[in-house]
Design a protein around this ligand. Structure first.
Ligand code: TXA
Ligand code: MG
Length: 314
């Protein structure tokens, strides 16, 4: 059977069955492509860590077909409920206390007493989860530390030997991972900036959000490793122009001699959607490095800069 299959009724049904039988299936979401496994099956979850070469202290996000499922696995306080009501399905992950009868594999949450849940907006993703009849653990479908995938082909380039099926739903609308918010305590904290802005979240909970960017980030969200999302080429950020041998990733109307422009009109949402795909393209060019123009830090620009800073750190 073909490794990459277009999203349709038949491919979703096969994907659901493969997942239920303990295999890995890559699938599109509105943020990035996920590498899915049945979250209740410890052996299947272990395959994710092996395939990605992911450190086992880095917990996974559990994907659900609808909000009602969340109450089986976790305890939601009033902030958690308000955020779920406002933003699910969508690019928001909630870190919550595990329900006493939670059946999610403890490996999936790296032995923590919390569990990270998300209901993706992508219809294909939710149909797949429904077909599997299981909660689906899914990190981004890339090798650990490398660029995230926003196209089916990106997944195939890194993980074709490790997955049973890649569902192709075209390019991801948002292009950046979900925003991870810890609501397991009284004061919500953003652990990872992402597709949903902190302004939108603050509006719903009626207060400014704390950002966990300090030294305790590693403990709270072990996945926020400083060096992450990295292309193979060296990456230099906040560059006004390229140095000899560098390819140049621009932003906005001033980027006249850029090799690629994240958004010629300076639209941050467009830039987010293009970010990983353009880095994949530049990374395959015969160059010494990638230079990236400054990107404004407002709204989703904060998450774009977060990814670029980690990609540049080596
Ligand atoms: O958009 C997304 O979130 C994508 C798609 C596939 O849904 N998934 C994704 O997964 O980005 P991953 O594994 O690349 O990132 C998961 C993040 C990590 O930073 C991890 O540390 C954090 O979520 N996380 C997961 N469970 C956690 C927990 N119990 N406590 C704190 N952080 C947690
Ligand atoms: Mg990732």
């Amino acid at each position: 059977m073909e490794l990459i299959r277009q999203v349709n009724k038949a491919s979703i049904a096969s994907g659901g069955q493969l997942l239920a039988e303990g295999n890995l299936v890559a699938f599109p979401t509105e943020t990035v492509y996920g590498l899915g496994a049945n979250a209740k099956d410890g052996r299947a979850v272990a395959k994710i860590f092996a395939a990605k070469n992911r450190p086992i202290f880095n917990p996974l996000i559990i994907h659900l077909s609808d909000q009602g499922e969340a109450y089986k696995h976790a305890v939601l306080n009033s902030s958690a409920k308000a955020l779920a009501d406002a933003f699910w399905p969508g690019p928001l992950t909630l870190v919550l206390p595990r329900h006493p009868r939670c059946e999610i594999s403890s490996l999936a949450s790296a032995g923590l007493d919390t569990v990270a849940l998300r209901v993706p907006a992508s219809a294909a993703a939710r149909q797949l989860i429904t077909a599997a009849r299981k909660p689906i653990a899914a990190p981004s479908a890339n090798l650990s530390g490398r660029l995230s995938p926003t196209r089916a082909q990106h997944v195939a380039n890194q993980l074709k030997k490790q997955v049973s099926l890649i569902l192709d739903g075209g390019s991801c609308d948002i292009g950046l991972e979900s925003t991870v918010v810890d609501v397991s305590t009284n004061i919500p904290v953003i652990l990872r900036p992402g597709g949903l802005t902190s302004e939108a979240i603050a509006q719903v909970i009626g207060r400014k959000l704390l950002h966990n960017t300090g030294s305790n980030t590693e403990i709270k969200s072990p996945g926020m490793l400083v060096n992450h999302y990295a292309p193979s080429l060296a990456l230099r950020i906040n560059a006004q122009k390229p140095r000899p041998g560098e390819v140049f990733l621009g932003f906005g109307k001033d980027a006249v001699n850029a090799d690629l422009n994240l958004s010629p009109t300076g639209d941050l949402l467009e830039a987010a959607a293009n970010l990983f795909a353009y880095l994949h393209r530049l990374d395959s060019m015969p160059a010494k490095g990638i230079a990236v123009m400054p990107i404004p830090t407002e709204t989703i620009g904060w998450a774009i800069n977060d990814r670029l800073e980690r990609a540049a750190c080596r």
